[in-house]
Design a binder for this molecule. Structure first.
Ligand SMILES: *Cc1c(COP(=O)(O)O)cnc(C)c1O
Length: 474
């Protein structure tokens, strides 16, 4: 298996090089040259596997010869053994035909642990075999950062720099990052929004001399390996509900479109999925696009679901690549136009075709609070604000469904975070303060370590260089 860039001008690379590269050199994102495909019989043969064994089967077609079979099996089994629930990703029934896929049983309580715990180990494995070191830089609106830090801490071949928008992540999220005392972990509170953080990281990558000198690499959702690892739980949920004999609908609280794109990849591999519901908060660029056919950039507003407070969904580029018949030059052109004009449409035919598979729904903060309260009052259940957006979006989609199939297919909502990650939002809506699980019980007593920097590329580069050169001479 080889990988190509969505902008068509970067070198074609094998899995291990794509893993280390993150963003492609032409500014695009790596995608597999072709989608591997399971037959119906092959999907049937996956029934009953443990999460770890399923993960090996689903991901192996993407690896080529880069990792080695036995080696990969060991890495996967180490990864998911560290999760808190024996089934790794338990499913709970919410209603007659409604299901919750719980993806918060990893070390930092958000779904991002599912890919990142694996990606950290893959990095370690590949770097050690190649005798190389990398500097991981990443932007986070909260959850990616802590999950990446937990995945990379204390690994000798990795230094990790994580930028979060100052004052715009929850205290639990910030502390999950800043209380990690490992010497290879560097937290930066940036004066700006998440999109500023993301743009800054992109600018670091675009500065070729800096990028090459410090071996920059990324683990946010532009990294293909993360998407790959997320494909697994779509198969897991589908198989649990009768795949390949029954279609399911997935409802996904969405920010950068990474999670829902992994679902799309699962479908390309043969998993029968009828529809993807894209849930958004007030930062609803995707929902507006699916509604109107026009994508327009607006400023980011802070919400109760900060991990979805984004202006542009970077992984949408991977979807566009397929809808543009994998023509990188066209993708590059249209996205440059979007950057310039802050608005774009991808043509009526593409919009209609995407609309057959994707549907957007938005929830404002008030509706999110009402939904949290109603859920608690009716069921005693505390969920996090992101998850509730997914559940409500799924219900709204079902209520407005036009086809009989949409009404009868099971809806699986992805629970993307544990409620204790967002205690203020949950308490504000329900009067109940969710408690942190035992392994994080003393989080508020731990010492924090971070620096605060202006949104200025020169200053940021200076800081990174200082830390790296310093650690080499120390
Ligand atoms: C990251 C995150 C999301 C958004 O996922 P994308 O892959 O960026 O679409 C949703 N909910 C939570 C809790 C998250 O941490």
């Amino acid at each position: 298996m080889k990988y190509v860039s969505t902008r068509g001008q970067a070198p074609v690379l094998p899995f291990d090089e794509v893993l280390l590269a993150g963003l492609a050199r032409d500014g695009g994102l790596y995608v597999p040259e072709t989608w591997p495909k399971f037959s119906k019989a092959e999907i049937k043969s996956l029934r009953g596997l443990s999460y770890g064994d399923l993960a090996i089967q689903v991901m192996t077609p993407y690896l080529g010869t880069a990792i080695g079979e036995g080696n990969f099996a060991k890495i996967v089994s180490d990864t998911y053994a560290a999760f808190d629930h024996p089934s790794v990703a338990p499913m709970r029934q919410l209603g007659p035909n409604d299901w919750l896929l719980e993806l918060f049983h990893g070390p930092t309580l958000a779904f991002k642990d599912y890919p990142l715990q694996l990606v950290g180990r893959l990095f370690d494995d590949v770097l050690n075999r190649k005798g190389r070191k990398v500097t991981i830089v990443g932007a986070t609106s909260g959850d990616t950062g802590s999950a990446a830090i937990e995945a990379c801490r204390d690994r000798a071949a990795i230094e990790i720099f994580i930028f979060h928008p100052k004052g715009r992540v929850s205290e639990v999220q910030r502390r999950q990052m800043t209380t990690v005392q490992s010497a290879n972990v560097h937290n930066i509170a940036l004066e700006g929004t998440f999109d500023d953080c993301q743009d800054l990281v992109k600018a670091l990558f675009a500065h070729a001399a800096f990028r090459d000198r410090y071996n920059l690499s990324a683990v946010n959702s532009i990294n293909w390996a993360r998407i790959m690892a997320q494909i697994v739980y779509y198969f897991w949920a589908g198989l649990n509900l009768g795949a390949p004999d029954r279609k399911v609908i997935f409802s996904v609280p969405t920010g950068n479109f990474g999670n829902v794109f992994a679902g799309y990849a699962a479908r390309r591999m043969g998993l029968p999925v009828e529809k993807f519901i894209v849930g958004s908060n007030a930062n609803d660029i995707l929902t507006r696009y699916f509604e109107t056919g026009e994508m327009t950039m607006t400023d980011v507003v802070p919400t109760l679901s900060p991990s979805m407070d984004i202006q542009i969904s970077s992984n949408f580029e991977r979807l566009l690549f397929d809808y543009y018949q994998r023509d990188g030059a066209s993708v590059k052109k249209i996205l440059e136009q979007f950057r310039r004009n802050r608005r774009v449409s991808f043509g009526k035919a593409r919009w209609r075709s995407m609309g057959n598979l994707f549907e957007g729904h938005r929830l404002g903060d008030n509706e999110t609070q009402d939904a949290l309260a109603a859920l608690y009052n009716n069921t005693g259940e505390l969920l996090d604000p992101h998850t509730v957006i997914g559940i409500k979006a799924g219900q709204a989609a079902r209520a407005s469904a036009s086809s009989a199939e949409s009404v009868t297919s099971p809806v699986v909502s992805l629970a993307t975070a544990h409620p204790a990650k967002f205690p203020d939002a949950v308490e504000g809506a329900t009067g109940q303060r969710p408690r942190l699980p035992a392994r994080l019980a003393d989080l508020f007593d731990r010492e924090e370590r971070m620096v605060s920097l202006q949104n200025n590329i020169d200053q940021v580069e200076q800081y990174i260089a200082g830390q790296l050169e310093g650690s080499e001479t120390a």
